[in-house]
Write a protein that binds this ligand. Structure first.
Ligand SMILES: Cc1cc2nc3c(=O)[nH]c(=O)nc-3n(C[C@H](O)[C@H](O)[C@H](O)COP(=O)(O)O)c2cc1C
Length: 201
């Protein structure tokens, strides 16, 4: 059975929700799934000062922290992160920078990978954030599975062909309805992982 790791970071809960929708779709597509979070690196005082962040940390306390071994285990890896100044959050970069050992052994080659993001503004840097993740994945030799416009659901979700992205309002709620696009992207990534199964990493 194809194995999928959904690796996310979220302070307000948006990217956790995207990760959960992706997990549902990956399971429906016949994959074993792990949802994993990037370890928090922010000081506790910063979390305590923000009620939404604090609530999300509490709500996700039982989600395991991602380890490099989870990437080695997976055939498909789907990332989801908020936009931070048009880039991925440091928490995710911190994790990616621990994958050098796997990379050196070629263990991340030929993984089917895909990425999602959110931002506060419709043009706040979502595409740049997704591309920043893909840059690392090109170095791994992974196979980037962008949704493109392979299904009309992408248009309804704002039309980001690099990966599903969503705008988050001041109230923390998602503006576009992206659930179907997330599910399409996850299913497609699992399908590509299945198609790549005969390649040796
Ligand atoms: C340090 C920082 C930088 C941010 N930079 C951007 C940005 O460049 N563009 C933008 O639209 N939103 C930006 N935001 C808003 C976040 O992208 C938004 O809160 C996030 O997508 C919500 O996702 P989450 O609920 O999973 O944490 C930033 C937020 C923080 C804390």
């Amino acid at each position: 059975m194809v194995k999928t790791a959904i690796v996310y970071y979220s302070s307000g809960g948006t990217n956790y929700q995207l990760a959960k929708w992706a997990a549902e779709a990956a399971k429906e597509a016949g994959s074993e799934v792990r949802i994993l979070k990037a370890a928090e690196t922010a000081p506790q005082a910063a979390i305590e000062s923000n009620p939404a962040w604090k609530a999300n940390v509490e709500a996700t306390k039982d989600v395991p922290e991602v380890k490099p071994e989870d990437l080695e285990w997976a055939d498909a890896i789907i990332f989801s992160v908020p936009t931070r100044f048009g880039n991925m959050p440091g928490q995710m970069k911190n994790f990616l920078d621990t994958t050098g050992g796997l990379w050196a052994k070629g263990k991340l080659a030929n993984k089917a990978v895909s990425a999602m993001s959110s931002a506060q503004n419709p043009h706040g840097g979502q595409e740049a954030t997704i591309l920043s993740l893909y840059t690392t994945m090109y170095h791994w030799g992974a196979i980037v599975v962008a949704p493109g416009y392979t299904d009309p659901v992408t248009f309804g979700a704002g039309g980001n062909p690099y990966g599903t992205s969503v705008t988050v309002g001041q109230d923390g709620k998602m503006i576009e309805d992206v659930q179907a696009a997330v599910k399409h992207q996850a299913k497609r990534t699992v399908q590509v992982a299945k198609a790549l199964a005969h390649l040796e990493a």
